[in-house]
Design a binder for this molecule. Sequence first.
Ligand code: AMP
Ligand code: TRP
Length: 325
Amino acid sequence: MERILSGIKPTGKLTLGNYIGALRNFKNFQEQGECFIFIADLHALTLPIDPLELKTNSRDIAAFYLAAGLDPNKCNIFLQSHVSAHAELNAIMQNFLYMGELSRMTQFKDKSQKLNKEKIGLGLFAYPVLMASDILLYDATIVPVGEDQIQHVELTRDLAKRFNHRYGDTLIMPKAVVTKVGARIMSLSDPTKKMSKSDEKGDIFLKDDPKVIRKKIMSAVTDSESVVIYDVENKPGISNLLTIYASLKNITIPEAEKEFEGANYGTFKKAVADAVIEEIEPFQKRYQEIIASNYVDEVLNRGAEKAKSIANATLKRVHDVVGLL
Ligand code: AMP
Ligand code: TRP
């Protein structure tokens, strides 16, 4: 039986990129094995964040999970900080990942570049250690992530291998799984940049009003030709819209291209906007209903209890092999 685990960091506002690259696929995983989906709130502290914003975001993500079709009876939904084993395993695992490899992580290089060198938090540098601990604690076999997180899962595999080599088979080897279409949704205003949670007009946020969503898509940056074909290098804007359309319609890129043969950009963009709104509007409605009730807290409390029982068993196994009494 597969053990599936993934998480989202509650920083910033969730985007259509998060939805297509992560959220939307989670409900399929609960049918494929034992499912653990959490909110990586400890990871959110690796860059400065307002406490109230962190709390709101954490609850929002839980509500988004539920609105996206995760069923708490089939999948454990919980907060990372509610299960202390994450921090405890992190304390042990930090000895088995090396400064050299951590300093080569793309995410660390990107994020630390923007900071004063003297003020790069240790947590930001050690981010992959905590992420590896998240994964290894649950003996996860499958880790669904967006493209940008593959490197961290690969590092987790290196760590598991290194640890098992030294102490005997203790940790389960996880595998990253990336959604094929839509693994990397780009910004609508600069399609050479990933759509991310920073507040920009090129991002579609999951809480945006459908009118705003339509406006953002209609004004997406494209090129001066008028052929709808997938060509990331020369037509990044159109390619990105094709990716969004194909993923939401569950079709391939060539199928989407065919659908828009001979169409002008206006017609194409309108179809993309319709597809996005058709999916996001009911999702937003479910989110509103969930967030207005106590359901989120109930789900998180229940999820933490189950998560603790599994995580503590792994922690105990690790304590034993490394020689902790
Ligand atoms: P993050 O927003 O970086 O915390 O990512 C949360 C999840 O959403 C991860 O699985 C990411 O890989 C995925 N994700 C974030 N942004 C995008 C994007 N623009 N396109 C596709 N997936 C994304
Ligand atoms: N680092 C992931 C991101 O930024 C979030 C995350 C934390 C995660 N721990 C994880 C994802 C464990 C998968 C498994 O998207």
